[in-house]
Design a protein around this ligand. Structure first.
Ligand code: NAD
Length: 702
């Protein structure tokens, strides 16, 4: 099957790329374009050439899987030179998105025209890479150094109008893109050559005096927005090469830098994250199950989560009924929603009119009015099983037969809630993360009786909300919080043994975590952690070690950010600082309990925190509560601020080497006891030289 075809239209050769769904550049495609171009050059009936994508987009980038065999994409390099040196004018006609290799091909054409809703960008940075097909050399020549730096470091796409103003596009076509592009190409052919080549332009490359501050600024931006990532710095260096070296030498420099990125662990982790996110939405258990459309929803509980979830739906244009039990709670919830929207308006994210239209979609109420006509109800009341069971019984009595009854519980038993209804197959967890209107993760919890159609509907809702829905099994804390509980427990043990909360958080943050674990606990509220602990007391094994300080914080009213004191101290702007009082309290408590105190270094902090998660992740996998190690990684990358360039906890363990991880866990077991018993799956993989990633690639029964 050939994905590239040459046809003739009104004297123009039209090269159409047809590789659904997004015309990704895959092995052999550059060669096919090359062949069509050669045929167009030879055909006397053709005066100009148009390169266009079939379907919904221009070339949206390279096929990510091709990066596993990068040599398969090398054909793009000779194509670029051939496009530029074509004796007939070549016009790229862009609709949808021209990203990465797509934009690089377009920039090698003499001209670029686009539909008004098109976007262009160099998105490689999101995969830990830099443009590798001369993008860092042509883009500054077309758009100037500042714009090229901004695009290569942020990876953000540029809308057509801005790309036109920046000099990347030559014209925006109103109406049919292909007709406009053919007209444009034939006009250029009639006007006569030579046709402009981006590679030989240097009028926008600036002077060293102008450029040095731009590079310094870009480095500073990269350090802030892509902390610890190496690709942005290589992208900056490549753009710098465009300003200091002749074109060909600049390209060679770009190639070296690109290959360094490709060979490095960060791009491998980020490519894994990209593929794992796509895989997470494909759930074998629900293949073929049809979701039902959800056009309106209702939420019970207008607190932190209920309000945030309501905003997530309103932002997607879906009307929401938001119920609470008292008007004080409802008013508080709605005023928080309004305040959050006002903040966004103040920051220029959207206009006051947009805010009003979103607010108008949220209907606050104290009754169950209208709950019988929605396709989805989400319960978000306090984390208390008895209360939740009561709410589910009430919902069962009034919801439509085809209504998904979901709970936003973070830890509790879905089956117990389902059992309070007459339709357990319609019940599932839909676990949003705080702030629910921002965080991308949605854990979709499958109960014992949850129907495949219910899971498919929850997945479809996640997509509508632009979230990543990951289906997980029902167990205390599901996947994310089950691992998080052990992470938090280990961090508390570390401070009892001699580290400080501030030190632990600094080490974790320096390692790449978006926030330290104690800072997260303070943000969520010590009372929340305490309440979860009460609900799970029955799961504790008598005689095993439990952390000692959390209960004291709760009793002292040190509830975290909201009270200005928790594991850290907070000023009126909620800026954290270390608190000597808590350090003294921890030390007193630990000594009274006879815990030996010592100096604890960063390496041990990382190993104990991260391996505690990995070990539990292996148990979760073995129990089948997560379908793939990649799902666990996605949960941690999108819901818990795990650094993307480390690929998630399970990928990270693979990258360290499972034998080494297993060895450390065994040492911790010898020192700290049974809580560190290695998970059987981890022990098995370590002994066989396996990896979690390889396990994901194995065929599964289902
Ligand atoms: P919250 O205390 O902020 O809000 C709970 C709301 O439920 C309150 O407004 C309360 O008035 C209302 N409520 C209580 N009983 C009710 C009833 N019978 N009918 C209607 N409304 C009632 O709590 P939250 O932080 O929003 O948590 C809600 C749920 O979400 C919990 O199950 C929690 O575990 C889960 N969750 C919380 C977070 C988080 O970070 N806060 C994250 C994920 C999930």
């Amino acid at each position: 099957m050939t994905a590239v075809e040459l046809t003739i239209r009104e004297g123009a050769g039209v090269i159409t790329i047809d590789n659904p769904p997004v015309n990704a550049l895959r092995a052999g495609m550059a060669e096919d374009i090359h062949a069509c171009l050669a045929a167009a050059e030879d055909d006397p009936a053709i005066r100009a050439v148009v390169l266009i994508g079939a379907g919904r987009t221009f070339i949206a980038g390279a096929d990510i899987r091709a990066f596993e065999k990068p040599e398969s994409l090398l054909g793009i390099l000779p194509l670029l030179g051939r496009l530029e040196s074509c004796p007939k004018p070549v016009v790229a006609a862009i609709h949808g998105t021209a990203l990465g290799g797509g934009l690089e091909v377009a920039m090698a054409c003499h001209y670029r025209v686009a539909s008004a809703d098109a976007q262009v960008g160099q998105a490689e940075i999101n995969l830990g890479l830099i443009p590798g097909a001369e993008g860092t050399q042509r883009l500054p020549r077309l758009a100037g150094v500042a714009r090229a730096l901004e695009m290569c470091v942020s990876g953000a796409p540029l809308p057509a109008a801005e790309a036109l103003a920046a000099g990347i596009l030559d014209e925006i076509v109103a109406g049919d893109l292909l007709s406009g592009a053919v007209r444009y190409a034939l006009e250029k052919a009639s006007a006569g050559g030579p046709w402009p080549k981006a590679s030989s332009r240097d009028e926008r490359l600036g002077t060293p005096e102008e450029n040095e501050p731009l590079f310094a600024n870009a480095r500073e931006q990269a350090a802030r927005t892509r902390r610890h990532q190496t690709a942005p710095h290589r992208a900056i260096e490549a753009v710098r090469a465009a300003t200091t070296l002749p074109y060909r030498e600049g390209c060679r420099r770009e190639r070296v830098l690109f290959e360094e990125c490709l060979a490095g662990p960060q791009s491998q982790a980020m490519i894994h994250a990209f593929l794992a996110e796509r895989a997470a939405t494909k759930v074998p258990a629900i293949y073929g199950a049809q979701p039902w459309p959800v056009d309106s929803v209702a939420i019970v509980g207008a607190g932190t989560m209920g309000g945030g979830i309501a905003m997530a739906f309103a932002n997607a244009g879906i009307p929401v009924r938001l119920k609470d039990s008292t008007s004080a709670a409802l008013d508080r919830g709605m005023s928080t929603v309004r305040k959050n929207y006002q903040n966004s308006v103040r920051k220029g994210r959207f206009t006051a009119e947009v805010m009003e239209s979103r607010l108008a979609l949220i209907q606050p109420q104290l009754t169950y009015d209208g709950f019988d006509s929605v396709g989805l109800i989400i319960e978000a009341v306090f984390e208390n099983l008895a209360l939740k069971k009561q709410i589910f019984a009430e919902l069962d009595a009034l919801a439509a037969p085809a209504c998904l009854l979901a709970t936003n519980s973070s830890t509790l038993d879905i089956d117990a809630m389902a059992a309070a209804t007459s339709r357990p197959h319609m019940v599932a967890g839909m676990h949003f993360f705080s702030p629910a209107n921002v965080m991308r993760l949605l854990e979709i919890v499958r109960g014992r009786d949850t129907a495949p159609e219910v899971l498919a509907t929850a997945q479809a809702v996640a997509r509508k909300l632009k979230k990543v829905g990951v289906v997980v099994g029902n167990c205390p804390g599901f996947v994310g919080n089950r691992m998080f509980a052990l992470y938090l427990r280990e961090a508390q043990f570390l401070v009892e043994e001699g580290a400080t909360p501030w030190q632990v958080d600094q080490v974790l943050h320096d390692w790449g975590m978006a926030m330290g674990i104690f800072a997260i606990d303070d943000m969520a509220g010590i009372d929340v952690a305490w309440r979860v602990k009460q609900e799970q007391k029955h799961l504790e094994t008598p005689g095993t070690r439990t952390p000692l300080v959390l209960d004291q914080l709760y009793a002292m009213g040190r509830l975290g950010q909201k009270t200005g004191l928790g594991w850290h101290r907070y000023d009126e702007n909620r800026k954290a600082s270390p608190d000597p009082e808590i350090e003294a309290l921890i030390e007193r408590t630990a000594r009274a309990a006879g815990i030996e105190r010592r100096t604890i270094g960063p390496e041990e902090i990382i190993e104990r925190c991260i391996y505690a998660m990995v070990n539990e992740g292996a148990r979760i996998l073995q129990e089948g509560r997560a379908s793939r190690a990649g799902d666990i990684d996605i949960i941690y990358l999108t819901g818990y601020g795990f650094p993307t360039y480390r690929g998630g906890p399970m990928w990270y363990a693979d990258s360290v080497g499972l034998p080494a991880v297993h060895q450390r866990i065994t040492e911790f077991q010898a020192r700290h006891g049974a809580l560190w018993t290695p998970a059987p799956l981890l022990a098995h993989l370590a002994s066989k030289g396996g990896t979690f990633a390889a396990l994901d690639r194995m065929p599964r029964p289902e």
